[in-house]
Design a binder for this molecule. Structure first.
Ligand code: HEM
Length: 425
């Protein structure tokens, strides 16, 4: 059967070329001038019939528009293995199940809302606030490990290991399995990139990671039913409220995977982008070091100025008129959240990093129905990490600027961040 996802893309028009340049890894270090050009035409039709939306006003109206569906993910389809039993029988069944039980970020109401409600019952304020001391302890341990060195790689030494340790503990994943989770999370987060949906090798690697993590989760859920503990997975797996629908086991697995993947790369990127921005603005670093109360302002401005999520895709369920264009029913729509957060119509001097600006209504965590469920947790992790780094690293300087970036354009962040230091307090 021909694979539509692997089809050659049509030749590029001028508008396509602009978005293609944004996707091009060569422009990853500073895509903002290209995003500014994108905003000159708030809604652009691309040659393949998809639309790119880039201004704050247009994106805001679309994020709250029920005619824009999040069920834009193509049906799950495993690449052929050469084994007829798998290719004709087992894998099509698995694919149908995976497609029907996509994680809630790719679901619309009413399914989205009931799944999200069940997650929020577990993601309580108490539980999230309760992570504070543990996050601080992990951050301190990771910084302590750098003692005696004059150079650290922020990604490897801190940003990367921290979020996975925190979400594994919240979910109830044993500590010894964390490193395995890191590699699954890294691989699966590429599924948000448009190129990854076309590239057969990436899809094959994603399927392998998905199958491995799903097997792991099924076993862990069985264990949580046998021996419940005070963690989110135990709570979801042993849901006892007869007045609300409980999550099916398929949804339970996809939700657990989503919580791991959605919260990993994004938090890594915010910590890393945060330190990179502070090192480029030493005055702000110094102010944060001297006055940690500034952290919430700094973090909100970072989410506007250097957001980890640059765009998300949707699908139009009807014709939608926006910013003088009509997006037709069925079209795929790219919401370039990062362009909206630098829109001069909304934010004065948007290219200046200014934690004291009066209005920071960014789209760093999205908006509307799919607003990030992990935002409070991410804020705690990033606040503790940035404040501790500013206070404990002596004379930190960037060893390389700009750093190298990972290939992803939707989830954008440095691959590494080398920092020279004079020691650790
Ligand atoms: C700095 C870190 C983070 C950033 C920048 C971020 C960003 C986002 C954004 C932009 C969305 C909206 C997606 C859309 O509209 O399609 C989102 C949704 C989501 N995020 Fe986060 N996120 C972060 C951390 C986390 C964490 C720590 C978790 C969980 C542990 C998490 C779980 C989720 C989930 C489950 C959704 C889907 C919500 C829904 O569809 O209703 N995120 N996030």
């Amino acid at each position: 059967m021909p694979d539509a996802l692997a089809a050659e893309p049509p030749p590029l028009s001028q508008d396509d070329t602009l978005f293609a340049r944004i996707l091009d890894p060569a422009n990853r270090a500073n895509p903002y001038p290209l995003l500014a050009r994108l905003r000159e035409k708030p809604v652009r039709r691309q040659q393949d019939g998809s639309y790119v939306v880039s201004t704050h006003a247009a994106i805001r109206s679309l994020l709250f528009d029920p005619r824009l569906s999040s069920e834009d993910l193509p049906p799950f389809r495993r690449p052929p293995t050469g084994n007829p039993l798998k290719d004709w029988l087992l894998n099509p069944i698995k694919d149908r199940i995976a497609t029907a039980h996509r994680p809630l970020i790719f679901r619309d109401p009413p399914d989205h809302d009931s799944l999200r409600h069940l997650v929020m019952e577990q993601f309580t304020v108490k539980r999230v606030r309760g992570t504070h001391d543990r996050v601080a302890a992990v951050v301190d341990t990771l910084i302590e490990r750098c003692r005696g060195r004059d150079r650290v790689c922020l990604v490897e030494d801190l940003s990367y290991p921290l979020p996975v340790a925190v979400i594994c503990e919240l979910l109830g994943v044993p500590e010894q399995d964390e490193s395995q989770f890191q590699s699954w999370a890294t691989q699966l987060s590429t599924a948000l990139e448009p190129d990854a949906r076309r590239d057969a090798d990436t899809r094959r690697a994603n399927v392998a990671s998905f199958d491995a993590i799903a097997d792991y989760m099924r076993a862990l859920i069985r264990e949580k039913r046998r021996k419940p503990a005070d963690d989110m997975l135990s709570g979801l797996a042993n849901h006892a409220d007869p007045t609300t629908r409980k999550m099916s086991d398929f949804d339970l697995v996809s939700t657990a995977i989503l919580l791991l993947v959605a919260g990993h790369e994004t938090t890594v990127n915010l910590i890393t982008n945060g330190m990179l921005t502070l090192l480029r603005h030493p005055h702000e670093l110094e102010r944060l070091r001297a006055d940690p109360e500034r952290a919430p302002r700094v973090i909100e401005e970072l989410l506007r100025y250097e957001p980890p999520v640059h765009f998300r895709t949707r699908k139009a369920l009807g014709d939608i008129a926006v910013a003088g264009e009509t997006i037709p029913k069925g079209a795929s729509v790219m919401l370039v959240l990062a362009a909206a957060s630098r829109d001069p119509e909304r934010f004065p001097n948007p290219d200046i990093f200014d934690p004291d600006r009066a209005d920071i209504q960014h789209f760093g965590f999205g908006a509307g129905l799919h607003y990030c469920v992990g935002a409070p947790l991410a804020r705690i992790e990033v606040e503790i990490a940035l404040v501790r780094l500013c206070q404990r690293l002596i004379r930190p300087r960037l060893a390389q600027d700009p750093p190298s970036y990972r290939p992803g354009a939707a989830l954008r962040g440095p691959a590494g961040l080398e920092i020279t230091i004079d020691g650790i307090v």
